[in-house]
Design a protein around this ligand. Structure first.
Ligand SMILES: Cc1ncc(COP(=O)(O)O)c(C=O)c1O
Length: 485
């Protein structure tokens, strides 16, 4: 530790080596142990959390003691989100090259907010955005933005659509999404000044996809009421059941009605990177804007979302303000991408390097193969789980997520909801996979979502076995109970 010179915050070469070697050793031990860790750690940690509160220490601590507590006590008290058995919510993986990229970004600490400050590095970010653009089959006019996640990508998209379609006359503007849209859409709308009385939640069909007739009726009613429909937000994979809205039909409707079409592909867009899976997302490249979340579908660690906007000038216009006199002049032409001109952040990390380094180190073919494998695993597991006695498959996989419930003769909806919850809890308690559910129209559904690169066939076999074993036990008790009513 830097000693008597209190104001010196620089480590020596040897100290840096020692600290980073110790940290990397713990990280690698942790990663290789992920498959053996329980899929959900013990997160009942109120007392622990209270005991952690402390004032900022004046004196320096030893790194080894901090690493011990982090890796032995605190990290295990969490959902094992990067582990192979994490099939809950929308999984996160955490590709190793992205962590190396972050280490390089943080230690070199170059300024990638404006192009002139680190032109070659910003170009790498622009390349990474162009790769996303090409995989999504968006046109060359597209500009994009890396964000902290899908929520902020949705926010920037709604802001962009609002600015382009409504200008200053925001209040009459109405937007449309489905009842199954992610709640970040409502939140983003609010942040973008489109309040809840101007957000319509269109109902869905039996496959949980937005109903076009209901959408058309809602738009018509609002026009008659003197309001100004301006935006439809559809989902390329809903969080609840993985439903893909009819993107082509919605694109046709939006073109006819002169509405902006934003597609929230935070969960599902990366399946479009695999040519053989493109029919599942037909119409996606026609969107005016698209959210895609590299920290989901491209397996990156949390903290990287992305937005593509077909008319790049609209994204830039949404963030246009008088130039700050202390900054370098904005280049006259648009030859080079500048992040701060296309998003709200000025100073920021370097998210582009995470994506760029991951794609460079693996190559796109390998990433595509991994994405395709997740879809295949879901189709296979859903077919096997659908054959488990008592399981009703409410939502077969449109992409890599499926949803189901448990039933038996004489069961009421409340019985089924309780039994399905118990099934998920018991499967998760076995420690090999973690499952979570969702409630749709009063029905509790069990969900299985496969988006982690670490989830392979063996773990899905565990999932099917554990669901079958627990379902059989629950049914034996439950059906005996209802037959005695
Ligand atoms: C469909 C969908 N949209 C948006 C989001 C929000 O993304 P993030 O959590 O990256 O902000 C999620 C998160 O799960 C999602 O599933």
């Amino acid at each position: 530790m830097p000693s008597s010179d209190l104001a010196n915050l620089e480590f020596t070469r040897d100290e840096m080596r020692e600290l980073s070697t110790a940290t990397v050793a713990r990280v690698i031990d942790h990663i290789v142990s992920l498959p053996a860790q329980p899929s959900c750690g013990d997160v009942r940690a109120e007392d622990l959390c209270r005991s952690l509160r402390e004032p900022a220490p004046d004196a320096p601590a030893e790194m080894s003691g901090l690493l011990d507590r982090l890796f032995d006590e605190w990290i295990p008290r969490s959902f094992n989100a990067p582990g192979p058995g994490y099939l809950a919510f929308i999984p996160g993986g955490g590709l190793f090259p992205a962590a190396l990229a972050d280490f390089i970004s943080d230690t070199t600490n170059r300024y990638t907010g404006v192009w002139q400050a680190a032109p070659a590095l910003v170009q790498l970010e622009a390349n990474a955005l162009d790769w996303l653009r090409d995989w999504m089959e968006f046109p060359p006019t597209t500009r994009g933005l890396f964000t902290t996640g899908g929520s902020m990508a949705n926010f920037n998209a709604i802001l962009c659509a609002r600015e382009r379609c409504l200008g200053r006359d925001v209040r009459p503007g109405v937007m449309y999404t489905s009842t199954q849209a992610h709640h970040s859409i409502a939140k983003s709308a609010k942040l973008a000044g489109v309040f809840s009385d101007r957000v319509r939640n269109v109902s869905v069909d039996r496959e949980f996809r937005m109903r076009l007739d209901e959408l058309a009726a809602a738009v018509d009613a609002d026009r008659r009421a003197g309001l100004k429909p301006f935006l439809v937000v559809s989902s390329a994979g809903t969080t609840n059941t993985g439903a893909v809205d009819p993107l082509n039909e919605i694109a046709d409707f939006c073109a006819r009605e002169r509405l902006w079409h934003h597609v929230d592909g935070a969960y599902g867009a990366f399946f479009h990177a695999v040519p053989r899976l493109r029919p599942l997302l037909a119409g996606l490249p026609r969107a005016d804007s698209l959210t895609l979340d590299p920290h989901k579908g491209l397996f990156l660690p949390y903290g990287t979302g992305a937005l593509l906007v077909r008319d790049g000038a609209a994204l830039r216009a949404a963030h246009d303000v008088p130039h700050a006199g202390y900054l370098p002049d904005v280049p006259a032409d648009d030859a080079f991408y500048d992040p701060s001109l296309h998003g709200p952040d000025l100073s920021r990390g370097f998210p582009g390097l995470r994506v760029w380094l991951s794609v460079k180190l693996f190559g796109a073919a390998k990433l595509r193969a991994a994405i395709a494998e997740k879809r295949d695993l879901a189709v296979d597991a859903a077919a096997r789980i659908a054959r488990v006695p008592g399981i009703v498959m409410d939502a077969p996989p449109q992409l890599s997520l499926f949803a189901f419930h448990l039933t038996w003769p004489g069961a009421t909806l409340d019985d089924e909801n309780a039994a399905t919850r118990t099934l998920l809890d018991r499967v998760t308690a076995r420690g090999r996979v973690m499952l979570t559910g969702c409630t749709v129209d009063g029905r509790f559904l069990g969900r299985v979502c496969i988006v982690s690169f670490r989830t392979r066939q063996d773990r899905m076999d565990n999932c099917v076995d554990d669901v079958a074993a627990e379902a059989a036990e629950i049914l034996a008790v439950s059906s005996a109970g209802t037959s005695g009513r």
